[in-house]
Design a protein around this ligand. Structure first.
Ligand SMILES: [Zn+2]
Length: 332
């Protein structure tokens, strides 16, 4: 992995290589943008660049001891904080950062803290972290990673050097899948479309039948709503209160892609259908559907996903409303 191998993200790459050149490390950085777009990978390459012993032209060498250990997350001057099973970054995690930050680097020039999903800080942990950020030791770099930066404390946001990551193009993802996995062109095209700019998602989809099964239940759900079978539709999606936020969000995203495809079909843009292998079902569900109602329906689903993301809530809260809305739109 090197800066050149990071897919897309040219702006981020240029900024970071500029920082490496000017040796500006003693800062809080915020890498933000959609999930699965290379934020953590880039953070590791940047960390390697900061401490590499043989860096060349603002690129780490990837072969010195520091680069190798950093790449394997085993370097003593690197601390990676991730959400635990509780789904939160807790006060004790912020204490780990304090402990790590209070001594000088063991081997590298800098100590580096990478905090994944930084929007999952509890308020007390975030306030405790803020104490370090307000008075950053001269040998410390902190990289916050977040797909929902609006959920971070404004006092943390205002301190950070912000580096934005963008969704990848379908072509970039398709090419990566074809080059790195044994996969047919058709499947690479389908998965890159479904992943909506997130390479992480596309890779997730490759392993396992989760996506296929989930799409099947969402299609059945739409068929059942079309036949006015509200209770069965609900049961078929298997929505449960215990569904995790991620699980629930995934179902909702698949639903939004399928409803988007209904809209494409209704508009006569069949070549823009993402779930192309389900074209027959899409055609059947579309019978007697109204373009404008379907458009309203899609808008409602997209807004629900946005609210779930903006307020960090479990979208299972929205399923009742969404289901009734879709049924009503289908029968309007
Ligand atoms: Zn190196």
């Amino acid at each position: 992995m090197s800066f050149e191998k990071i897919i897309g993200q040219e702006t981020a790459r240029k900024i970071l290589q500029g920082l490496l050149k000017r040796k500006i490390f003693n800062r809080t950085f915020l890498f933000y943008g959609p999930q699965g777009t290379g934020k953590f990978t880039t953070a590791l390459v940047f960390s390697q660049g900061i401490n590499c012993r043989n860096s060349n032209d603002n690129n780490p060498c990837f072969s010195c001891r520091v680069c190798l250990l950093t790449g394997n997350l085993k370097h003593p001057d690197l601390l990676v904080i991730d959400v635990g099973t509780s789904g939160n970054i807790k006060l004790e995690d912020s204490f780990r950062v304090h402990d790590f930050a209070c001594t000088v680097p063991l081997e590298g020039r800098f100590k580096i803290v990478i905090i994944k999903d930084a929007h999952h800080f509890t308020t007390e942990a975030a306030n405790n972290l803020l104490k370090i950020l307000e008075d950053l030791p001269e040998y410390l770099a902190v990289i916050l990673i977040s797909s929902h930066p609006q959920l971070l404390l404004p006092t943390i946001l205002s301190r950070a050097v912000k580096i934005q990551f963008f969704p990848l193009s379908q072509e970039q993802i398709e090419l990566f899948l074809l080059e790195n996995y044994e996969i047919t062109e058709g499947r690479a095209h389908l998965l890159s479309g479904l992943s909506q700019g997130s390479l992480g998602k596309a890779i997730d989809y490759i392993s396992g039948d989760l996506l296929i099964n989930m799409r099947k239940s969402v299609i059945n759900y739409l068929y059942l709503l079309k036949s006015n079978k509200l209770v069965d539709a609900f049961a078929c999606l298997g929505i449960q209160d215990k569904d995790s936020r991620e699980e629930s969000l995934k179902k909702l995203e698949i639903l939004s892609l399928l409803v988007r495809d209904l809209l494409m079909y209704l508009a006569g843009f069949n070549h823009l259908i993402i779930n192309i292998d389900l074209e027959r079902d899409i055609k059947e569900i579309c019978e007697e559907l109204d373009f404008e109602k379907t458009q309203e329906c899609l808008l409602f689903i997209v807004n629900s996903i946005k609210s779930a993301n903006d307020y960090n809530v479990n979208p299972s809260l929205f399923w009742d409303k969404i289901t009734i809305k879709i049924k009503d739109y289908m029968h309007a």
